[in-house]
Design a protein around this ligand. Structure first.
Ligand code: HEM
Length: 503
């Protein structure tokens, strides 16, 4: 009996030894290949973390590295984790076409998605493999044009509330916090489109516990990567930030589950698809109707994860893109005037921008695209190679970490003429013909591109058009423009003012 136990223990230890040896050899192979790539000087222990370790310095340092190494360079996140940053369309194409996952070792510094798991679970943004592809197929109909069309009315209504707020005489002559206001406006829109609940958060600010919780979680998740002690879930859970995070996550879960259960009840009692009860289908209706091949629907937990994912992936991104565009047109007013003249024609004898008007907002669209190039909303996304892949003539080992640096790609002087210049006309069709298909990827590219991009672009067009129709925007450059990242870009160092138009 004892001999049997010894054999089992021996086998177990040999197995552990074998697995550890494989991991060490695998890691050695990854490092050995990656260390041949050029990169900024790194500290033996910290790697490049000390240059990247504050929200303010992160993009500035990153960008200065990429000016030295415009195609790709190696960063060290600590002594053991090399990450290859890529910022050339050809190199990015190779990574996006390769088999990759959105995951990495726990010690990897900027894979902030793992900090999201507690909230959004394995939703579309964070899931990998077969489960991701099945869910992506099931969820894609939620972004079909027919579903998106009625949302244009919701965008208009949310913008009317924003202008009602901004036109308050107390606010008119003060600098605006465009990111904050845009963020409440997008929350208003996304909660109505996701599950048809009206929080009126723009008027109520963050008084509603659910809205307050969503905003608190988003803030904490963005801050967490920058505090090395917070990387451990256990340590985080005993800090005040961690306790705040977990209690807010619980609150949002309870809220979302209640909404889902209520809707499930309504659907089963009315035996319709929900469209008769409301003016439009929302994401939740589509998710509840989504069915696997075997006839099973998405579980309550899966639906909750997806609804929370839409909230996270959609609200700060859209507000970042909106506030960057407002900054750009406030700075380059000739483009504001052009937008105004195209909106004036549309709103000459009506109050609302309709679905059919969206293609007419041509200059508006150019201005948004260029703002999202220069101030890339999601500056960096990360991937881990699942298989060995050839990139720029070198075979990278499975397990290598790659950072797709959209912000750097969009300012790469080898790709863009005069990259620091805000020039919306570079997106005119006649100026895009020879552009590399991976030169401009604000919504990422390939099979894991942003599922919400049409939703976001439609919202941005309506928002910019309605705001420019109503106000003149100007900017006071208090300081040099700075950015914070890493998850979503935010601009600092300037004040935006508005003056009401007499339409
Ligand atoms: C201006 C606004 C937006 C920008 C710039 C943006 C950008 C991106 C980017 C870069 C990715 C790839 C992330 C990665 O691979 O790690 C992504 C993925 C995603 N986005 Fe967006 N997004 C925006 C708005 C939205 C909206 C409004 C929604 C939903 C309502 C949304 C839902 C998603 C989801 C679910 C994914 C994951 C897709 C997948 O992996 O299959 N996004 N987005």
């Amino acid at each position: 009996m004892l001999v049997g136990a010894e054999v089992v223990l021996g086998l177990f230890l040999s197995y552990i030894f074998y697995r550890s040896l494989c991991a060490i050899i695998g890691h050695y192979r990854i490092v050995n290949i990656l260390k041949k790539f050029p990169g900024p000087k790194s500290h033996w222990l910290l790697g490049n973390l000390h240059q990247l370790a504050s929200p303010k310095e992160f993009l500035k340092s990153y960008h200065s590295f990429s000016l030295k190494f415009p195609r790709k360079f190696l960063l060290w996140y600590g002594p053991l984790t090399p990450v290859l940053s890529v910022s050339h369309p050809e190199t990015i194409r190779a990574v996006i076409k390769a088999k990759t996952i959105k995951d990495g070792p726990a010690y990897q510094y900027f894979i902030a998605y793992r900090f999201l798991n507690e909230w959004v679970g394995p939703g579309l943004l964070t899931e990998n493999g077969k489960r991701w592809s099945r869910n992506r197929r099931l969820i894609t109909p939620a972004f079909h044009f027919d579903v998106l069309k009625p949302y244009v009315h919701i965008y208009n209504e949310a913008l009317d509330i924003l202008t009602e707020k901004w036109s308050n005489p107390d606010r008119l002559h003060k600098p605006l916090d465009t990111f904050y206001d845009a963020s409440l406006c997008t929350l208003d829109v996304i909660t109505r489109c996701a599950f048809s609940v009206e929080f009126d958060c723009q008027r109520e600010n963050v008084k509603h516990p659910y809205i307050n919780a969503v905003r608190t979680i988003t803030k904490l998740v963005t801050e967490r990567p920058f505090n090395i002690f917070y990387h451990s879930d256990w340590i985080y859970s005993i800090t005040s930030a961690g306790r705040k995070f977990y209690s807010n996550v619980q609150l949002t879960h309870e809220f979302t589950e209640n909404v889902i259960r209520k809707r499930q009840g309504e659907l089963s009692s009315s035996h319709d698809d929900g469209s008769k009860m409301k003016k439009h289908l929302d994401f939740l209706d589509v998710l509840l109707k989504a069915t696997y091949e075997n006839g099973e629907g998405l579980s309550l937990l899966e639906i909750r994860n997806e609804v929370d994912t839409f909230l996270f992936a959609g609200h700060d991104t859209s507000s970042s893109a909106l506030s960057s565009t407002l900054y750009c047109i406030a700075r380059y007013t000739e483009h504001q005037d052009k937008i105004r003249s195209e909106v004036d024609k549309i709103l000459a004898c009506k109050e609302e921008i309709e679905w059919k008007d969206l293609p007419e907002l041509k200059h508006t669209s150019l201005c948004i695209k260029e703002a999202m190039r220069l101030y890339t909303t999601v500056p960096i996304i990360e991937r881990t190679l699942e298989r060995d892949v050839e990139i720029d003539g070198k075979i990278l080992a499975a397990g290598s970490q790659i950072a797709i640096a959209g912000f750097m790609l969009h300012r790469n002087p080898d790709v863009w003429d005069d990259p620091e210049k805000y020039d919306p006309l570079r997106f005119l069709p006649e100026n895009c013909g020879s552009r590399h298909p991976y030169a401009y990827i604000p919504f990422s590219a390939g099979s894991r591109n942003c599922i919400g991009q049409n939703f976001a672009i439609n919202f941005l067009k309506v928002a910019v058009a309605k705001l420019v129709y109503r106000y003149y925007f100007t900017v006071d450059m208090k300081n040099n423009l700075t950015f914070t990242a890493p998850l979503v870009l935010k601009l600092h160092g300037h004040d935006i003012y508005i003056k009401e138009r007499n339409n």
